[in-house]
Design a binder for this molecule. Sequence first.
Ligand code: FE
Length: 128
Amino acid sequence: MNDCSGGKCGLTDEQRRILHEKGTERAFTSPLNDEKRQGVFHCAGCGEKLFSSEHKYDSGSGWPSFYAPINDDALGEDTDYDIGYARTEIHCAKCGGHMGHVFPDGPKPTGLRYCINGAALNFAPKEN
Ligand code: FE
């Protein structure tokens, strides 16, 4: 985990709250929820590539949603009980920054819904 004391990491308070304290942004507040361009979504903490527009879909949840990560090594998983029942927490495998949760109600082909805080990501549109 990055040492953010003194704001050295360059993250906003909201990004720190999410990435480092497993916070959640309010639904429908991230501009990335409506992002429909092609490109790559990077960890806002360390810059690692975590998600691709190829796997993004509109879940209606108000959070950027993907049915798969960009590759099998990008994310780590944990179980949390923060709201009273078991959920699968997901984080950047490289820096440990919290991303969101994954649920088994996504579309084909994986059936998974990666429900992600947009503030935990930086989007890099594909250059044409
Ligand atoms: Fe990271």
